[in-house]
Design a protein around this ligand. Structure first.
Ligand code: ZN
Ligand code: FE
Length: 256
């Protein structure tokens, strides 16, 4: 059995950890101390680090963890991340902690951003998607185009519905406020927002989400839905195709 943990870091990051009671992996360790403490508390060995993209809040702790790391640092081949590393790209299959892991290319937030899909036997798949897909939103387009982000999000939306979605930031409430403006008629969205407000009030993470949930509530996965499209057109979308709708939503969110 593997356990999945979200370790809060900085103001709104999560460093995700998976362990089997003995060995652990971490994803995007921006802060080494957070990881060190979690390993120590549970008496775990760190066997692998998975990096999704090059931003410092995802890579800042990698070098400081080298002395206790007993295994590889997997990182996107197209990005500059701390060396040494095992460069990986979309379509590759890895085995980490004895579990099958698929690498998926998800450019958009950064040019070489990747995601990792872990498929533990007899458990729901686990997606580590970095800053590509957030609950109710998506990452900013720092290096990629709306077309790339649309393709990346569409690929993630096709994963099994019960896939656990492990995003790297707790941005859910702000994303959902925006989503409600885009799609005021979406009743699933309204009830999901209530649930997430309650979780945050209790100090609990809103994550992991699921692919099923995101398909129902995330406007960036719903660019083909008439209400989302019409809201985007009102905000000056250049067309009614999904890529133009996504581009308009992303700019609107940046302004709001
Ligand atoms: Zn980032
Ligand atoms: Fe980030």
């Amino acid at each position: 059995m593997t356990e999945l943990l979200s370790l809060p870091a900085f103001s709104d990051n999560y460093i995700w950890m998976m362990h089997n009671g003995r060995d652990a992996l971490v994803v995007d360790p921006g802060d080494a101390d957070v990881v060190r403490q979690a390993l120590l508390q549970r008496n775990l060995s760190l066997k692998a680090i998975l990096v999704t993209h090059h931003h410092p809040d995802h890579t800042g702790g990698v070098q400081a963890l080298r002395d206790l790391l007993q295994g590889p640092v997997y990182a996107p081949v197209r990005e500059d991340t701390p060396l040494p590393r095992e460069p990986v790209s979309g379509g590759q299959h890895l085995a980490v902690l004895g579990l099958p892991v698929q690498v998926i290319d998800v450019p958009g937030h950064t040019a070489g951003h990747i995601a990792y899909l872990v498929e533990p036997p007899e458990q729901a798949p686990i997606l580590f998607c970095g800053d590509t897909l957030f609950s109710g939103g998506c990452g900013r387009l720092f290096e990629g185009t709306p077309a790339q982000m649309h393709a990346s999000l569409s690929a993630l939306a096709e994963l099994p519905g019960h896939t656990r979605v492990c995003c790297a930031h707790e941005y859910t409430l702000s994303n959902l406020r925006f989503a409600r403006t885009v799609e005021p008629g979406n009743a699933d969205l309204a009830s999901y927002q209530d649930r997430c407000i309650e979780l945050r009030a209790q100090g609990a993470p809103t994550l992991p989400s699921s692919i099923d949930t995101e398909r129902m509530i995330n406007p960036f996965l719903r660019c083909h839905v008439p209400e989302v499209r019409d809201s985007a057109l009102e905000q000056g979308a250049a067309g009614d195709d999904p890529v133009a709708v996504l581009a308009a939503l992303r700019e609107w969110k940046n302004r709001s």
